[in-house]
Design a protein around this ligand. Structure first.
Ligand SMILES: NC(=O)c1ccc[n+]([C@@H]2O[C@H](COP(=O)([O-])OP(=O)(O)OC[C@H]3O[C@@H](n4cnc5c(N)ncnc54)[C@H](OP(=O)(O)O)[C@@H]3O)[C@@H](O)[C@H]2O)c1
Length: 325
């Protein structure tokens, strides 16, 4: 099969397309003919050797795929050859075939095409766990989403609206903000031209945001702390800026605020029933048309370096997907 390989730590242009053996079918696994694989910010970190769990070289990057079931290991129930499947893996998704552990394989929701499905598990899983499980977002609250035109951010805009919040989206430039508006954001802030904290206080009548989702860190984290409501919850999901925010315990105490982390990968395998329940609920929302995963760009597998460079340069809103055709 063909796969994109990282053979040395560095930038996307170091990746190569290679012919490699098909992965062996492992006990409890499902062999998948990959139709599409999503590009994630963490792929950039992993190929640079900066991710929290770096595999040994050489390896294929890629945390999530969608396609059809080709083979099912003995004893695995619930899956048949030809089923539409999506799922997450520790790496290895930029390839024509993968083996997914059955407990991390999920049905592609009816109504979702397989290209959009490839970019669904990580972004929507992370946004759902952050807002529903970790922040316990309630109807009527103000949700501030940084990186709102990015993969996790745009999913959080949609899920936040689904959970009944008024969503304030922060992104760079009117085109990216327009995508956030199209996906349910009620208020838009361009962080390049506006003081985010001042605008949030205006929008919320001085109260501030009840819940903040931060996949960016750095200036975004600082701005969030300047406009979080009393009893607000700031959920940290990532550091796209490369800067990790700091919060003193004294400030958390003095202002009655919660700093919350959310790492979707840590739920993988640890609590399968809970994760499956989340995807079941998300699938119902997709099938009823209330979530509309947005694919901003697609590239053939061989152009993975170009796709990753586009993500790094913030060139597109929504997900960037590699297709195998
Ligand atoms: N905790 C988890 O389980 C989990 C799961 C998935 C992802 N993540 C992490 O969450 C972060 C976002 O992931 P994603 O897939 O949503 O990425 P993405 O699609 O690239 O979105 C990140 C957004 O951050 C903003 N940004 C601000 N400063 C940036 C910079 N210096 N470089 C690049 N982007 C910058 C960009 O928005 P503007 O240009 O509009 O400002 C961009 O849209 C990453 O750190 C990723 O590793 C964590």
């Amino acid at each position: 099969m063909r796969a994109v390989l990282c053979t040395g730590w560095g930038e996307p242009d170091r990746l190569i397309l290679a012919e490699v053996p098909n992965p062996p079918l492992t006990p409890g696994g499902i062999r998948v003919d990959v139709a599409a694989a999503a590009v994630n910010f963490a792929d950039l970190l992993m190929i640079a050797g900066k991710y929290q769990e770096n595999p040994p070289l050489p390896f294929s990057p890629g945390f999530e795929v969608a396609g059809t079931v080709r083979e099912v290991a003995a004893g695995v129930s619930g899956w048949a050859v030809g089923d539409r499947v999506m799922g997450m893996l520790p790496h290895g998704g930029y390839a024509e075939q993968v083996v997914l552990p059955a407990d991390q394989a999920f049905r592609v929701p009816d109504g979702l095409d397989v290209v959009a499905a490839a970019g669904f598990p990580v972004a929507y899983g992370t946004a759902y766990a952050s807002l529903a499980w970790r922040a316990r977002l309630r109807p009527g609250e103000h949700l501030l989403v940084f990186g709102a035109a990015g993969g996790v951010g745009l999913a959080a805009v949609e899920i936040g609206r689904m959970l009944g919040a008024t969503v304030i989206a922060v992104a760079s430039g009117p085109e990216r903000l327009a995508v956030a508006a199209d996906h349910g954001a009620a208020h838009l802030i361009d962080h390049r031209t506006s003081d985010v904290a001042a605008r949030v206080r205006e929008i919320t009548g001085g109260r501030g945001a009840d819940v903040i989702l931060d996949p960016v860190g750095g200036d975004a984290f600082e701005a969030g702390l300047r406009c979080i409501a009393s009893e607000g919850r700031l959920v940290v999901v990532g550091f796209a800026s490369g800067q990790v925010g700091q919060l003193s315990a004294g400030v958390a105490l003095g202002r009655n605020i919660d700093l919350i982390g959310c790492y979707w990968g840590a739920y993988r395998g640890a609590d399968g029933g809970r994760v499956r329940g989340a995807y079941d609920e998300l699938a119902r929302w997709v099938t009823s048309g209330r979530l509309r995963p947005h694919v901003g760009a697609r590239f053939p597998l061989a152009e993975a370096p170009k796709a990753l460079a586009m993500l790094r340069d913030r060139g597109v809103a929504g997900k960037i997907i590699l297709t195998m055709e």
